[in-house]
Design a protein around this ligand. Structure first.
Ligand code: FEO
Length: 169
């Protein structure tokens, strides 16, 4: 039986994942406006992944019979200094999400709620991957900044990303 506290934390995390989806959509829009459609695509796919994360949590709350209370989703920033600023903010944001997942996990563990601990393991692994990807992209955008040919290739590379919910990444 899930406690009210853990259910509330997961409800709140659903809103945070939905906020992340909005935030990445905002980043995507910035790149579309700069005609960097490949990078825009990357963030658009990332946005869809965040909605998938929210869905997973929603399903879990349904499965354990918890009360589902939709949270408020603040408006994300939509103005950015440059491409580098966006990649850095994406990495920062993933770090915040990781800490938020850890907070729920710690509370679930303290309560002996091992079903939630087990459920959250997927997100722990996902966050390791997301932080690694975001960090690598910060390195890459630093490499290509100021070099239009390299930026063109980088844009092409990120344009290859497709959303595939079955692969769960
Ligand atoms: Fe849902 Fe990017 O973490």
């Amino acid at each position: 039986m899930i406690s009210q506290k853990i259910a509330q934390l997961i409800n709140s995390q659903i809103a945070k994942e939905q906020y992340a989806a909005q935030y990445y959509l905002s980043m995507s829009a910035w790149f579309y406006a700069k005609d960097l459609d490949g990078i825009a695509n990357y963030f658009r796919v990332q946005s869809k992944e965040e909605l998938m994360h929210a869905d997973k949590m929603f399903d879990y709350l349904v499965d354990v019979g918890a009360e589902i209370v939709p949270g408020e989703i603040p408006q994300p920033p939509h103005q950015f200094a440059d491409a580098k600023d966006i990649f850095e903010k994406a990495l920062e944001h993933e770090k915040v999400v990781t800490q938020s997942i850890f907070h729920i996990l710690k509370n679930a563990n303290d309560e002996g709620d091992f079903a939630t601990v087990s459920f959250l393991q997927w997100f722990v692994n996902e966050q390791v991957e997301e932080e690694a990807n975001a960090s690598q992209l910060v390195t890459k955008i630093n490499m290509v900044s100021g070099n239009p040919s390299a930026l063109y290739l980088f844009d092409q590379e990120l344009g290859q990303r497709v959303f595939s919910p079955d692969t769960e990444n």
